[in-house]
Design a protein around this ligand. Structure first.
Ligand code: NAG
Ligand code: NAG
Ligand code: NAG
Ligand code: NAG
Ligand code: NAG
Length: 510
């Protein structure tokens, strides 16, 4: 064989090997998230020395090290830790100073802090890097970082440095491969909004298109939706420190809702701090939820689950929010989606000539749900149809109660700007179990229903939420949008229904 021929042969062998390796790529990888109960400083506003700050942070990092070992034993290839899990929260810009790690201006994927501990104030980054290489897994953690800036930079804070709420990612050999700076801060006096919004995306040997965002970011268009829509992220890494807000906005509901709406995997790690209502972490694929919620335990929990490399392969809806016009049998279309085909007579509604259940319009009432003024109508009888409108949104419900429990349920609608603890425009249709009031925080329910819920939204960013008794998540049988009508339907909840909602975000109106 000539040397050129030999080289070609080698090339052939090499390519063949690569190709044959790609013929049967693994279909799943093992993911872990850890809900961490952090050791917090007693005095987040006070003065700390760097060594006192490190002493506190090492306590939390030591727990992370144990969890990485355990996750490695269970075969995890990536682990996500929560937001604020290392230093805690409620700092001022000054008081968080000693807790911040230095962010060297090096290209990513070139620095391994475990092997090259050459910068001051990178002790925690070093420990995280060593953790990743010892456990041979990707480690995703959240911490505070500082980056010096020049006064020529118009965004540079007066004290000459940026202070970021950062997610860092280390590869399985300890290399720093990604940093994301939180965009949508939630009253965090210690941190700066990054001068430019960041879409952080990276690949791993076991799956591609991972993206990062943090906690409150999930409520906004950028970077969350941009990562999925523009960058085709399939695996969302989501450190969070989320205070639960029932009946619609507990950590689990929004995590599940994001995975459902965008047909992606979400690896979500929350803080475990029950005194602040923080618990609820999980690993979500389009069709499965593996999660933890516990208001009674003192400690958090390691969750390990198998995740599809290609989430669309596992999608219960086969693709994302699409009209399902081909399915002519869809019961949703038996019901009045379009009022133009319906005629209202004295006590009944006719749609396309077909009478819809006799209709005594129930009196609407108002109730505050998560600080929003919902318009509601009570659900009466064993079955029926209801409508409630708020501003330009009309919500419809068709229901059958299979277990009459004597509990009060109501259909609520809200279309307006949410202004308490953050400003964001919502359009929501929600079927909720009421307590003393409709909208109070309830976790127990025994009403079992078949229902179809839909509304004429002005956005298609509508998150389907379905929560059952004892904080059990469920997934709608079908949901989606046809034009501006978004719907979900469920044949029978597997246990008592706490809330079912189409939680819409009209980003442009913020
Ligand atoms: C942080 O601040 C919030 C709101 O001011 C307060 O409710 C909470 O108790 C504080 N948490 C800690 C750990 O100090
Ligand atoms: C790093 O820390 C050492 C010891 O505290 C100090 O002497 C040195 O000046 C620091 N170097 C830089 C670049 O800040
Ligand atoms: C470590 O991992 C990174 C990211 O996968 C890779 O780019 C780099 O080549 C690896 N370094 C070594 C020494 O294996
Ligand atoms: C809720 O909205 C209704 C209708 O706009 C209004 O009459 C009512 O006063 C509002 N309630 C509160 C508590 O703001
Ligand atoms: C929703 O339906 C109601 C009642 O028919 C209508 O007044 C409203 O304009 C509709 N909203 C949109 C966005 O089409």
């Amino acid at each position: 064989m000539s040397s050129a021929g030999y080289a070609l042969f080698l090339l052939y062998l090499l390519c063949h090997k690569v190709i044959s390796m790609n013929i049967h790529p693994a279909e799943h990888y093992m993911a872990a998230v850890y809900e961490h109960h952090p050791t917090l400083t007693d005095d987040p506003m006070g003065r700390h020395t760097r060594s006192a700050a490190l002493e506190l942070m090492y306590k939390n990092v030591a727990v992370y090290e144990e969890q990485v070992k355990e996750a490695a034993r269970l075969g995890a290839q990536i682990i996500v830790f929560p937001e604020d899990g290392i230093h805690g929260f409620n700092f001022t810009r000054e008081s968080i100073g000693p807790f911040l790690e230095f962010e060297p201006a090096l290209p990513l994927k070139t620095w391994n802090p475990c092997l090259e501990p050459c910068f001051n104030d990178t002790e925690i980054l070093q420990r995280l890097s060593c953790m990743a290489s010892n456990g041979k897994m990707y480690v995703v953690a959240n911490l505070g970082t500082k980056r010096p800036c020049q006064h020529l930079d118009p965004y540079c804070p007066p004290d000459g440095r940026y202070q970021f709420n950062s997610d860092v990612v280390f590869s399985a050999n300890g290399t720093l491969v990604a940093i994301y700076h939180k965009q949508n801060l939630y009253f965090e006096a210690g941190f700066d909004t990054p001068p430019e919004m960041e879409h952080i995306v990276f690949d791993t040997p076991f799956a591609s298109r991972f993206g990062l965002f943090t906690c409150f970011d999930i409520m906004f268009l950028e970077p969350a939706v941009g990562l999925v829509k523009q960058h085709h992220v399939m695996h969302v890494l989501y450190p969070t420190a989320w205070m639960n807000q029932l009946p619609l906005l507990s950590a689990l509901q929004i995590q599940r809702g994001f995975a459902s709406r965008f047909n992606v995997n979400v690896l979500a790690a929350n803080i475990h701090e029950t005194s602040l209502g923080m618990t609820g972490s999980g690993i979500y694929t389009p069709s499965k939820s593996t999660y933890f919620y516990n208001m009674k335990s003192a400690e958090g929990r390691l969750i390990v689950a198998q995740v599809p490399v290609d989430p669309s392969a596992e999608s219960p809806m086969q693709g994302e929010l699409k009209p399902i016009a081909s399915q002519t049998q869809n019961p949703v279309f038996d019901l009045p989606l379009d009022n133009s085909v319906c005629e209202v007579e004295e006590q009944s509604v006719h749609c396309g000539g077909r009478p819809v259940a006799p209709h005594k319009p129930a009196p609407a009432f108002f109730s505050e749900m998560m600080y929003d003024n919902f318009t509601l109508v009570p659900i009466t009888g064993a079955e029926g149809e209801l409508q409630v409108c708020a501003n330009s949104l009309c919500c419809h419900l068709s229901y059958r109660r299979t277990a009459l429990s004597g509990e009060l349920y109501a259909l609520g609608g809200f279309d307006g700007l949410h202004t308490i603890h953050g400003t964001y425009y919502l359009q929501v249709c929600a079927l909720v179990k009421c307590g003393e009031t409709c909208g109070e925080e309830i976790t127990e329910a025994s009403g079992v229903l078949d229902f179809q819920l839909w509304g004429n939204f002005s956005t298609t960013y509508v998150f389907p939420l379905l929560l059952l008794s004892d904080m059990a998540l469920d997934i709608a049988d079908q949901w989606g949008c046809v034009g501006n009508n978004c719907y979900m339907y469920k044949d029978k909840t597997s246990s008592g229904l706490v809330s079912a909602a189409l939680y819409g975000r009209w980003y442009e109106k913020d």
